[in-house]
Design a protein around this ligand. Structure first.
Ligand SMILES: [Zn+2]
Length: 496
């Protein structure tokens, strides 16, 4: 039992004695037997994509190609002829059809509208014939544009080709702002106080405007740490966004680079071929020299570089590119996003250079097919959370939303229970909580938010149960009673 007092957004007193007098006119919240923890931080998510998903065709949970067709059909009926229809979230791994969908599966349900639907991973999309025509892709060559044995485009496009597709979908700063606000409400209910927000290569201009506009009118309820794609750098500098986004609430932290794709799509770059596709080792987005030049530019400009690398070959490339600028202290806290397949030699090299990582514990319970991709032995080094912490890496927790649920409670649960993949890598509750508090804070330059200490920011999450000594499997059901940012209650159970 104890109490925490805040004033002006800062924690001014932490007391173990609940009978100590409280200053007059203090708003009090009774923890009611729950647990007060530091505000939870999601260190890698895509709130604008999630907001966009919320208002486009949600294909998550479809169990076959007919399911995709039915959901698209009703959306196309509501669209005007020629209007783009977009969707997101399908996953052929969960389909009973046993094959990838192709454009012919879409053409008859959408004869007059271009359709583009992204796979759950965001690294693959399926287009219908109208979309292929509208974008003029017919003569494109390269691995990003899949063709069948007759040489026809199947409608499946990968990696860099996705940006070109989703670039055509109309956007606005107002739309971006309202998408963000709908995600903020949900994130607050889930106990999150800070989001590391990755902007999209297609919509960064509208997303930056949306964020800056909400901030200047005092409308942001959470804290945002923003990461832009390299394509945005000139724009950000010329429009002065670094100055506009440099306060406690909203800060432009760095630049997100892609080194490879995803395991689900078999585009993550591996040192050895995929166990279920022996001719394939995945795709590196750029050469070693190109990545190094990009990292050098970002470092020189004073930004934090965060590199998406899932396969071991991509992580190795990322470490190589960061080593020179990181030295052994890594003062700009450059980090690797996902670092999913991480054998001992790569963990050691990251630790040596002080390179941190963001991890997504819910991938562990979702990626049930991962053992097929990698084989039993390699899968032992997949999402090795315990070894990462033991080897001295600062691993921070995240959802990669909309890929997974934003719930940090579920993330903490998944990192403790794990399931089938490398079960010996389970974390204790203290370690799991650290992923979403002190480690996430460190990876975003927010140490002042990560503890309930005097002088720290008054960002707190109140869980509805006493979690001390709780069995890990039960943690899944823990609710969030209140979320407090800067001393203001932004969500309380039964309230906001
Ligand atoms: Zn991501």
């Amino acid at each position: 039992m104890g109490s925490v007092y805040s004033m002006g957004g800062r924690i001014v007193r932490v007391s173990g004695d609940p009978t100590q007098p409280v200053p007059e006119e203090t708003e009090t919240i009774d923890a009611g037997g729950g647990s007060l923890i530091p505000g939870l931080i999601d260190s890698h998510c895509h709130p604008f994509e999630y907001g966009w998903l919320k208002r486009s065709v949600d294909l998550r949970g479809t169990s076959n190609i007919t399911g995709i067709r039915l959901r698209l059909y009703s959306a196309v009926q509501k669209a005007k002829p020629g209007e783009w229809v977009t969707g997101m979230g399908w996953d052929q791994e969960t389909f009973s059809d046993g094959r990838m969908p192709n454009r012919l599966d879409l053409d008859d349900v959408s004869p007059n509208n271009p359709v583009a639907i992204a796979r759950i991973c965001g690294h693959i999309a399926l287009l219908n014939g109208n979309a292929i025509e509208a974008l003029g892709l017919q003569s494109r060559v390269g691995r990003e544009y899949e063709r069948d044995s007759a040489g026809e485009l199947t409608g499946i496009v990968k990696e860099a080709a996705l940006a070109e597709v989703f670039d055509k979908v109309p956007r606005s700063a107002e739309r971006a702002a309202s998408d963000l606000q709908s995600v903020e409400v949900e994130a607050g209910r889930l106990g999150l106080t800070t989001l590391h927000c990755i902007l999209s290569p297609e919509g960064f201009a509208e997303e930056l405007e949306g964020l800056a506009g909400l901030d200047s009118s005092g409308s942001l309820s959470l804290r945002f740490r923003v990461y832009v794609p390299p394509e945005a750098l000139d724009y950000v500098e010329s429009k002065g966004f670094r100055k506009k986004m440099n306060n406690d609430r909203l800060r432009l932290n760095g630049v997100k680079i892609y080194a490879d794709g995803s395991l689900g799509a078999r585009t993550a770059a591996l040192r050895e071929p995929y166990s279920d596709d022996p001719s394939n080792t995945g795709i590196l987005r750029q050469s070693d020299e190109e990545l190094e030049a990009l990292v050098d530019r970002i470092d020189t400009m004073g930004y934090q570089a965060i590199i998406h690398a899932i396969g071991d070959r991509a992580v190795e490339q990322a470490i190589g590119a960061l080593a020179g600028v990181a030295g052994t202290k890594n003062p700009r806290r450059h980090r690797i996003e996902h670092a999913s397949l991480l054998p001992k030699d790569l963990r050691s090299r990251m630790a040596h250079h002080g390179i941190s990582a963001t991890v997504q514990p819910l991938f562990i319970t979702s990626d049930t097919w991962a053992v097929d991709r990698l084989g039993e032995e390699r899968a032992g080094d997949l999402y090795p959370l315990k070894s990462m912490l033991d080897d001295g890496l600062v691993a921070s927790g995240s959802s990669d939303s909309p890929v997974e649920s934003m719930s940090p409670v579920l993330g903490i649960w998944a990192s403790m229970v794990r399931g089938g993949i490398a079960p010996n890598e389970s974390l204790t509750f203290g370690e799991a909580l650290g992923l979403y508090t002190s480690n996430s804070a460190s990876n975003g330059f927010d140490e002042a938010s990560s503890s309930l200490k005097e002088g720290g920011r008054a960002d707190m999450t109140l869980l509805d149960s006493d979690v001390g000594g709780m069995h890990p499997a039960l943690f899944r059901k823990v609710g969030v009673a209140a979320t407090i940012v800067d001393g203001s209650v932004i969500h309380s159970f039964g309230g906001a």
